[in-house]
Structure formats: structure tokens, C-alpha cells
Design a binder for this molecule. Structure first.
Ligand code: GZL
Length: 331
């Protein structure tokens, strides 16, 4: 099923939202007509993926501080990267009749049932960070997060440029994110599309490290043994890239030189390794979604139309750019 991403005009959305916009209870029994609640009375339930990476902890911190600053109550749960825990958390938010549910789906599929329960309960849902792959885009109001295919393409563009003068084959190991997760699927897709432009690029092995440092290290240790001639590692996030660095050094090789590394995220530890020359290029993926999530919650409360898809702004970093950016890096 196609992942549905598009911009939603005002029109019918305005009416639809007015119907499900959380409203102060005026005692008239017709809450929907009562108009927006006082923001200090709003309650939002957030079902977070887990705490698997530096990106995730930065994302959690940013969301929690944005809600604190806005004076809006945030109920928060950590699913330890398990879909069943996220579903349980969403069901508990429905039970508690929160005003809005927001979550970052750990994987793309398997959400229709619980999102229909939220819809039946009249609770709007906002997707942050990761998308769901559903045929029914009425199950969520907005998807706020990065364009992961573009991130993969940016990584691929750097690799094509870096090896443009090499005619010999370029052997690549890919460290994939969580199996079934939108960033893993899309970053692989974007990267593959770009490197397909030249047959010298060959992904000799591709395996999930589950977005964790330990996973990146473990997988790289194994794949280095079976692919001793590897030139480059493309890791779907900094944490797996940092794990790969440990494995490369344990093998007596020099990361960033003997084996080049490209990652995605640009969290502090990744940027430090980039500045130190152990990583060669990082594609930024911003975890700072808190303020935009607050805006969407306020729009929903006010019965205003929200964009169906809000793409976060982000850039890329070379080693020189990392040295410059590090001192003022927010995360
Ligand atoms: C991307 C996010 C990914 C990060 C990883 O938006 O979902 O999950 O790239 C994190 O670091 O674990």
C-alpha cells in the first residue's frame, strides 16, 4: 500500500477538524460546538519509539521541553522499540480521553486497527518523525518529519562525488536501521537509486543494526570478516556508524581512511567523530520537532486546517563543516 503524503487544503478539513477538535466542556453537552479549550487544559499523549540512539534522546528532550514551555500537559511513554508497547500506550491515551495523540511509529505497518480506535474516539493523531504505510490517510491529521528518501539520496550523492575518479569497484557495506521502519526503508531506497548510476558501486552486504551503537559494532565485526575489501560503510544513523568505528579500529584499520563512513543524523557524538576524521560525511536529520508539534496541537485545538505533511529543514556536513558547527550544536 502506498504511503500517503500530501498537503491538505483547508475546506472540508476545517469542518472535519471542528468536529473532532477538543473543546471546553460548557455543560451544554455539545462539546464539539463549544470551540477550543484553554491551552492550559489540553492533554497530549505521546508514544515514543524508545531511547535507542542519540537522535531519539535528543528528540524526546526537545518534545518534552517544548510542551513544558507551552504549558501543555504531555503524557509520555517509551516503547523500548516494541510496536506492541506503542499500541498499548496509544490505547491507554484513548482510555484517558486525551485531546491529541502523537507518536513516532517504530515500523510502517500494523497501525490501522489502533488508529481507527482513536478515530472512533474522536481523538486526532499526529505522526512525528516516522510515517505509517496505510491506505487510509484520514487516520492521522499530520505527518511531521524528515524526507528520508532525500537523506539517502544526499548520502549517495556524496559517495558518487567522492569516488568519481575511481574506476575500480567500490565495495559498500550498508548498516540498516530497524527492519520495517520508514527511515530504514527510505534511506536505503534513496541511496540505492543514486549509486545505481554507476555499476562500480556494489553493496556487498546490508544488514540491520537496529539503529543502535551495539548493533552497528556487532554487524560490522561480522561483515568485515566476510568482506575484507570493503571501501565504505553507509550507516542509516550515527550510532551504528559509531559502533562501526569501534569494530574497524578493533580490526586494526583506520576509520575514515582505510574504510570511509557515511552516516545520517548529525548528533553530537557523530559530529565529533566527523570532526576527528573517523566519519567522512553526515546527512543531518533534525530531532527538533517539539515546537512544530506544539503548533499542530494548537491548530487542531482551534479547529484550523493543518498541513498533511510537514517536512523538517536539514542539511549535510563535511569534516570541515563539523569542526565549525560543533561548538554551537544544539544536540
Ligand atoms: C529518524 C529517526 C531515526 C534516527 C535514528 O527520523 O526515526 O531513529 O535516524 C533513530 O537515530 O533511532
Amino acid at each position: 500500500m502506498k504511503k500517503i503524503i500530501g498537503t491538505f487544503a483547508a475546506g472540508a478539513m476545517l469542518l472535519a477538524l471542528a468536529g473532532c477538535a477538543p473543546a471546553a466542556d460548557t455543560g451544554s453537552g455539545d462539546a464539539a460546538a463549544a470551540g477550543p479549550k484553554a491551552e492550559s487544559d489540553l492533554v497530549v499523549g505521546f508514544a515514543q519509539v524508545g531511547a535507542e540512539s542519540g537522535w531519539r534522546t535528543a528528540n524526546t528532550k526537545d518534545i518534552q521541553s517544548a510542551f513544558e514551555e507551552a504549558g501543555i500537559e504531555l503524557k509520555f511513554s517509551d516503547a523500548q522499540q516494541k510496536q506492541e508497547n506503542q499500541i498499548k500506550a496509544i490505547r491507554s491515551y484513548i482510555q484517558q480521553q486525551v485531546d491529541v495523540i502523537a507518536f513516532s511509529p517504530v515500523v510502517e505497518t500494523g497501525w490501522d486497527a489502533v488508529l481507527n480506535e482513536a478515530k472512533d474516539a474522536g481523538i486526532p493523531v499526529v505522526l512525528t518523525d516516522r510515517a505509517v504505510d496505510s491506505a487510509d490517510d484520514s487516520l492521522y491529521v499530520t505527518f511531521l518529519g524528515s524526507d528520508f528518501v532525500l537523506e539517502g539520496e544526499k548520502a549517495g550523492d556524496w559517495v558518487v562525488e567522492e569516488y568519481k575518479d575511481q574506476t575500480e569497484p567500490v565495495e559498500i557495506i550498508q548498516l540498516e536501521g530497524t527492519t520495517g521502519a520508514a527511515p530504514a526503508i527510505d534511506r536505503a531506497e534513496g541511496f540505492a537509486e543514486v549509486i545505481a548510476s554507476d555499476p562500480k558501486f556494489e553493496v556487498v552486504a546490508s544488514q540491520t543494526g537496529d539503529f543502535t551503537r551495539a548493533g552497528g559494532k556487532q554487524v560490522t565485526e561480522a561483515l568485515l570478516k566476510s568482506n575484507p575489501g570493503v571501501d565504505l560503510i553507509y550507516a542509516h544513523n550515527d550510532d551504528m556508524g559509531l559502533g562501526a568505528i569501534e569494530a574497524i579500529e578493533a580490526a586494526g584499520l583506520v576509520p575514515g581512511k582505510d574504510i570511509k563512513i557515511v552516516t545520517v543524523d548529525a548528533v553530537k557524538d557523530g559530529m565529533t567523530a566527523l570532526a576527528d576524521g573517523k566519519i567522512n560525511f553526515i546527512v543531518e536529520c533534525s530531532p527538533l520537532l517539539g515546537k512544530q508539534l506544539i503548533e499542530v496541537v494548537k491548530q487542531i485545538n482551534n479547529g484550523e486546517a493543518t498541513e498533511k505533511r510537514i517536512v523538517t529543514e536539514e542539511t549535510t556536513f563535511t569534516q570541515e563543516q563539523a569542526i565549525e558547527a560543533l561548538p554551537t550544536r544544539a544536540y
